[in-house]
Design a protein around this ligand. Structure first.
Ligand code: SAM
Length: 237
């Protein structure tokens, strides 16, 4: 399996997200028709029964998942990312919402997390794993920092598989979204990269096999919105 995005190095990814950061939230909400809120909320509802005290949100970007996770009242959430501009926007939102006592932000690569083993009860990543330079390494770092009994939740785009909806969605995702995203952000490449990266990202059984290979147990996946996104989860023994 190919675990590295062809032609996309972490430095390019970092620069790309830095450049689109000022339009990232607007485009996220607009291009998903506001469904991104619902998808993150769904992930939070899956984490809730585990009552985690310490959560690591990898590739936190502008912090929407970290902020949504405060609803389940953990003691600490650390959000990490490699794009400084995304983290600056997260910082502003966290201060505005007065959540700075719960959420801490850290600049670091998912593939080399600067945390000791077994430091967190839960790890999460929303729309970030697809961008990792080395997906397997990123997932394995998320496992390393988990306490035994802890869980990881990965929210990522997937592809609706059947019927007319799938065809319409594919047209939207491959043609309309890159055009609209490129026009509003001024970054054509970034929004062409989105469908390309979803195409090569391991999905469904392939993603579960990767999680198993990395060492996660009790695997599950939940397709949402007709398969537009999937939440994968696995635990640490
Ligand atoms: C599509 S955004 C998702 C942000 C946020 N999680 C959300 O739900 O909106 C992807 C984020 O992953 C970050 N990223 C990409 N590669 C990374 C890596 N190797 N380590 C950490 N963060 C990374 C990018 O900088 C970007 O902020």
């Amino acid at each position: 399996m190919e675990n590295t995005l062809p032609g996309k190095k972490p430095e390019e990814i970092r620069r790309m997200f830095n450049r689109i950061s000022h339009r990232y939230d607007l485009l996220n909400h607009l291009l998903s028709g506001g469904m991104d809120f619902f998808w993150r909320k769904r992930l939070v509802s899956l984490v809730k029964p585990f009552h985690p005290n310490a959560i690591l949100d990898v590739a936190t970007g502008t912090g929407d998942l970290a902020i949504a996770l405060t609803r389940i009242k953990p003691q600490k959430i650390i959000g990490t990312d490699i794009a400084e501009n995304m983290l600056s926007l997260a910082h502003i939102k966290i201060y505005r919402k007065k959540l700075q006592h719960i959420i801490e932000l850290k600049y670091c690569h998912a593939e080399a997390l600067p945390f000791p083993d077994a430091a967190f009860d839960a790890t999460t990543v929303a729309f970030g794993a697809r961008n990792f330079g080395d997906i397997e390494k990123g997932l394995s770092e998320m496992l390393r920092v988990l306490k035994p009994g802890g869980g990881a939740w990965i929210l990522e785009f997937s592809k609706p598989s059947k019927g007319i909806f799938s065809r319409i969605y594919r047209f939207y995702f491959k043609h309309v979204l890159p055009w609209l995203g490129g026009w509003i952000s001024g970054e054509n490449k970034a929004y062409r990269y989105l469908p390309e990266s979803v195409d090569i990202f391991p999905e469904g059984a392939a993603m579960l096999a990767l999680l198993e290979k990395v060492g996660y147990t009790d695997l599950s996946s939940l397709r949402l919105s007709g398969g537009m996104v999937t939440i994968y989860s696995g635990q640490k023994k």
